[in-house]
Write a protein that binds this ligand. Structure first.
Ligand code: HEC
Length: 259
């Protein structure tokens, strides 16, 4: 090996000029803060989907697959609204919801029940849905199918384009790191892209089958881990190593370095 004599042997994180280090550091700082905000946002939106704090497989299932055991209207009529109408009338409402919440049946019968049993609260307390109105009741009678295809296409393409850019530059900076064999570098640089695609695919798979929800968590964890390693390594090698006088000369092709 001719690493020390290689004309590009200076081209590694320990020997970059100050302006380039500042440029890379500014970028990595902004990306690092962005990653933490993204994590926080995931906890606050998806994390609460099952009503409990913290991200779980159930949260992913509720977000993408939905809660297909029944409609909100039905679950309320079996829950906290159970005593608001006699059992026969409750059953009529539930049947109406399950059969697609038609306007005909509403006009013929269901509207009257809602008016008589539910309106005194729901038409008068502003924070409640006015279930005595057909449109409102019909909406609550729909089964929650999670994310829609149009929501998923929108979020998918934004994620693929946007996050690929983040990984592009994080990987580019890390490609000048020292002390990693060429193949370890290759794996670390490729991992985020691979798991990004897997992560997005898992949203669609989860929408079809809740068993895939764990893939979403694995995908997200894997690319977070790989990019964290790359960001922290890069910062360490750009600032701490030169500060300690630990400069390196590396073969630009093989990645092998002195000492
Ligand atoms: C005594 C007042 C009262 C009556 C009568 C009543 N509700 Fe409610 N309803 C509430 C309150 C308060 C909430 C919010 C707390 C909760 O979810 O349990 C609520 C919540 C709901 C919700 C959840 C959506 C939302 O608006 O927050 C549904 C659906 C619902 N009620 C359906 C019904 C139906 C159908 C009837 C008639 C059979 C009915 N309710 C009768 C007081 C009432």
């Amino acid at each position: 090996m001719h690493s020390a004599n290689d004309s590009l042997s200076w081209l590694n994180l320990t020997r970059l000029s100050l302006p380039v280090r500042v440029l890379f550091t500014g970028y990595l700082m902004a990306i690092g803060a962005g990653l933490m905000m993204a994590g926080l946002q995931i906890l606050l939106t998806h994390g609460m989907a099952d009503g409990k704090l913290g991200l779980s497989v159930d949260d992913i299932v509720y977000s993408y697959y939905g809660n297909r055991t029944g409609s909100k209207l039905e679950s309320k009529l079996n829950g906290s609204m159970k005593d608001k109408a006699p059992p026969e009338e409750r059953l009529e409402i539930i049947k109406w919801a399950r059969n697609g919440a038609s306007k005909e049946e509403w006009d013929a019968r269901i509207g009257q029940i809602m008016q008589q049993r539910c309106a005194m609260c729901h038409a008068n307390i502003p924070s409640l849905h006015d279930v005595s109105k057909y449109e409102v009741a019909a909406k609550l009678a729909e089964v929650d199918e999670g994310a829609t295809v149009s929501q998923l296409t929108r979020v998918s393409h934004i994620h693929l384009f946007g996050i690929a850019f983040i990984f592009m530059f994080v990987g580019f900076i890390f490609s000048f790191a020292v002390g990693f064999s060429k193949w370890v570098k290759v794996v670390l640089i490729f991992t985020p892209f691979a798991f990004l695609v897997l992560d997005i695919a898992s949203w669609w798979l989860t929408k079809m089958n809740p068993a895939f929800a764990w893939l979403t968590i694995i995908g997200g964890a894997a690319y977070t881990l790989a990019s964290t390693i790359m960001i922290l390594t890069s910062l360490w090698q750009m600032w701490i190593m030169p500060w300690k006088g630990q400069y390196r000369d590396c073969n630009a092709w093989s990645g092998e370095c002195d000492h």
